[in-house]
Ligand binder design. Structure first.
Ligand SMILES: [Fe+2]
Ligand SMILES: [Fe+2]
Length: 171
């Protein structure tokens, strides 16, 4: 059995989007690193790594399903990040676009009767909701912080603390 060709083609396009997101987040991370905002740099570096993981998940799906991998030209990332708010807005816009793409991919899989890919995509729906929520929160905090970028850094330190507490307590 082989992956449906239309689905295969759409997944290849999605792999390009995921690598594009990887480059975009890496660029934002580097920008904050240069500015000495290490928490923001780390936050966006982790986002970048997530995107690379997404691309690899799609690649593995194509391989497992006997498809053909064709990675498209990756769009150059925007390097015009002037503030935390701008970075958060850019990221939220990007995640909304990706969510629409995943929805379209899911619809295509259903229309083509490809239930294996349909099932595979359910993980991405959860992941997109989480990323939309994360970026929404960051945007709100960035707006409240205004020019005080260190307040966003403090917020990220607290968030990290909460996450490691949850991990340590086994939650
Ligand atoms: Fe992604
Ligand atoms: Fe994402």
């Amino acid at each position: 059995m082989q992956i449906n060709q239309a689905v295969n083609k759409a997944i290849n396009k999605q792999i390009g989007m995921e690598f594009g997101a990887y480059l975009q987040y890496l660029t934002i991370s580097t920008h904050f690193d240069v500015e000495g905002l290490s928490e923001l740099a780390e936050f966006f570096k982790l986002q970048a790594e997530d995107e690379r993981d997404h691309a690899e998940r799609f690649i593995n799906h194509v391989v497992a399903f006997n498809g053909k991998l064709e990675i498209p030209t990756i769009e150059a990332p925007s390097s015009e990040v002037k503030s935390v708010e701008e970075a958060a807005q850019l990221s939220l816009d990007w995640e909304m676009k990706v969510t629409e793409e995943i929805n379209a991919l899911l619809k295509l899989s259903v229309d083509q009767g490809d239930h294996i890919t349909e099932n595979f995509l359910s993980w991405f729906l959860d992941e997109q909701l989480e990323e939309l929520s994360t970026m929404n929160k960051l945007l709100k905090v960035a707006r409240r912080a205004g020019d005080n970028e260190l307040a966003v850094e403090e917020f990220l330190v607290r968030q990290r603390g909460k996450q490691s507490d949850a991990t340590n307590s086994g939650a």
